[in-house]
Design a binder for this molecule. Structure first.
Ligand code: RIB
Length: 292
């Protein structure tokens, strides 16, 4: 069983479904409201655990009811929470999600996730040293990402950086990461208007651009490749990127070739969007392998 350490956000998603999005100044009557566990870090941890990895979450919750629910949900999904600590006088992170017109829009309030600082990470360094793969995203402070990238470089650890939501990155962080997985919007923030094929060729087998239903693009050292996505009827696309990242990390940690790992991750991500909620459709190992 491969060991995966996820550093990142653990949040509660507050999800409204509606027939359309409100305009500025407009009030609409919605269709439903649900609270479901989310946060890019927690989502990736749960997805990796369902796919059979031994997963350690490193994150922070508030000392509130959401915090208790978030931790219980991680435990229920087999994720170790030894390094998920409550922060006093601080709310748990929340994501305010509108599902309308076949897509989501999200506002994240980071709350306790902003307390995942370099100092906090220092307390979990032994866990990081034992991991086969470390995952991090952009819902924690930028200096934490820098610290973790430098740590991984120093100790020869594999780091998958999922740069979501979009934020600029230093050249060192890009160099130190083993894999960077932006979507097209995040790619544009990282690399601006540089020629995409040139940038991909500069980072072979490292820069993996997820393009939704158009598949996943990367450079394999010889040529640029697009691995097609699986076509399914989407119920809720929230968490598809997280499932992709977790599945890709698990597959690579297990020794799969990059193209095979992307195929496996594409399949897992496609299954994840067939149910409601970021974690609702995240598949088990058996479900992914049975459908490949
Ligand atoms: O990637 C999806 C996640 O992003 C949601 O679960 C929500 O928490 C937001 O942070």
């Amino acid at each position: 069983m491969v060991k995966i350490a996820v550093i990142g956000s653990v949040s509660m998603d507050l999800v409204v479904t509606a027939s359309k999005r409100p305009l500025a100044g407009e009030t609409l009557i919605g269709e439903s409201f649900h609270t479901v566990p989310g946060g890019k870090g927690a989502n990736q941890a749960v997805a990796a655990s369902r796919l059979g990895a031994d997963v350690e979450m490193i994150g922070r919750v508030g000392d509130d009811a959401f915090g208790t629910e978030i931790v219980d949900n991680l435990k229920k999904n087999g994720v170790s929470v030894t390094n998920v600590e409550p922060v006093t006088h601080c709310a748990s992170g929340t994501a305010h999600i509108t599902l309308a017109e076949g897509d989501n829009s999200i506002i994240v309030v980071k709350g306790a996730n902003d307390e995942v600082t370099p100092d906090f990470i220092k307390g979990a360094e032994d866990v990081l040293k034992q991991a086969d793969m470390i995952l991090i995203q952009h819902e924690t402070p930028a200096d934490t990402v820098e610290y973790v990238a430098e740590f991984c470089h120093r100790f020869g650890k594999k780091l998958l950086l999922n740069p979501a939501p979009a934020r600029e990155l230093s050249r060192e962080v890009i160099e130190y990461a083993s894999f960077i997985t932006p979507n097209e919007h995040e790619y544009a923030v990282l690399f601006g208007d540089q020629n995409r094929s040139d940038v991909l060729a500069q980072y072979p087998n490292k820069l993996i651009i997820t393009e939704g239903k158009n598949g996943v693009r990367y450079h394999n050292g010889t040529s640029e490749v697009v691995v097609p996505a699986y076509v399914v009827e989407a119920v809720d696309t929230t968490g598809a990127g997280d499932t992709f990242n977790a599945a890709f990390a698990v597959a690579v940690a297990e020794g799969k070739e990059i193209s095979e790992a992307i195929k496996f991750a594409n399949r897992a991500a496609s299954l994840s969007i067939t149910k409601f909620g970021a974690q609702g459709g995240m598949p088990t190992r058996v479900q992914v392998e049975g459908s490949l």
